[in-house]
Design a protein around this ligand. Sequence first.
Ligand SMILES: *[C@@H]1O[C@H](CO)[C@@H](O)[C@H](O)[C@H]1NC(C)=O
Ligand SMILES: *[C@@H]1O[C@H](CO)[C@@H](O)[C@H](O)[C@H]1NC(C)=O
Length: 315
Amino acid sequence: MLLLSLLSALILAKLTLAQVGPGVVTGNTAVHDPTICKDSAGKYFIFSTAPGIEIRTSTDRTAWTLVGKVWPNGANWTDEYTGTSNGNIWAPDCYYSNGQFWLYYSASSFGSQKSAIFLAKSTTGLPGSWSHQGMITSTTNNNNYNAIDPNLLVDGGNWYLSLGSWWTGIKLQNVTSSTGKVSGSSVTSIAQRTANGGAIEASVIYKSGSYYYLFTSWDHCCAGTSSDYNIRCATIPPLCNDRPTGGYVDKNGVALTAGGGTLVLGSHGNIVGPGGQDVMTDNDGPILIYHYYTPSGSFLGINRLDFSSGWPVVV
Ligand SMILES: *[C@@H]1O[C@H](CO)[C@@H](O)[C@H](O)[C@H]1NC(C)=O
Ligand SMILES: *[C@@H]1O[C@H](CO)[C@@H](O)[C@H](O)[C@H]1NC(C)=O
């Protein structure tokens, strides 16, 4: 009897935890490289890597429904970069403001610098509603970086696009806010690794207070439960933090260009290779969304981030 009630108390505690935990997601959560936006009605949208880019929606940020694709009829302008017909479109990044969704996404193939970043816009975010805004930037073998993994930073009136994967790392370009297109050809290097073949990608710049935080994914995605992807973070020191353009250091003061990068989330328990992240501000504060691997695929994780110590802590 005692054992039984103890057991049921334990089960109840676990259920209660599981139900209130911000990390709990249900429904169709088989995503890779998720990005999240919330429209003015409070509806959440996740866009993720797939042929045509998958769209999932939720009213509570917990239960997710796959509603279709950004490009239900394919996006043949990506074929020359994916090297196939209707191939995977990679790592989208969404921004929502004033009734308008902006969606950046990339097309390439593994290990290739023949890559491009494109922009789409929509007022509803739903399948079939998107208009093609053309190519934003591209790279070839002649560049020293790789034009994939876009992330838009809207910093007051100043818009920036960070991008890059492996090679010489993460770059930043200015963006014209009216068009969403990069302005000029100036490309600033903001992070580079020499360790592990230079395995850094999936940049996200998030502003908390007056600090710019640069989130990246290190090491290897896309190898199932052998993936050793992990989420890192660095910030700009107080004396030069009026611009997101560089000088990022980790918690120990090590420059991100010199191997620095504070671990935010690595493999733990059943969560293998978390990465491909996005960060968004919601009513309950900043949230981190990412994918992780299990033997049956890659799945969505959502946690709140606590910046009260000055550094993001997953809670
Ligand atoms: C894509 O498809 C459209 C419609 O069929 C066609 O007009 C266009 O030439 C195609 N573009 C490419 C790059 O294949
Ligand atoms: C990029 O934008 C910032 C902020 O407006 C500006 O200070 C800087 O000069 C711009 N850089 C280039 C290369 O246009």
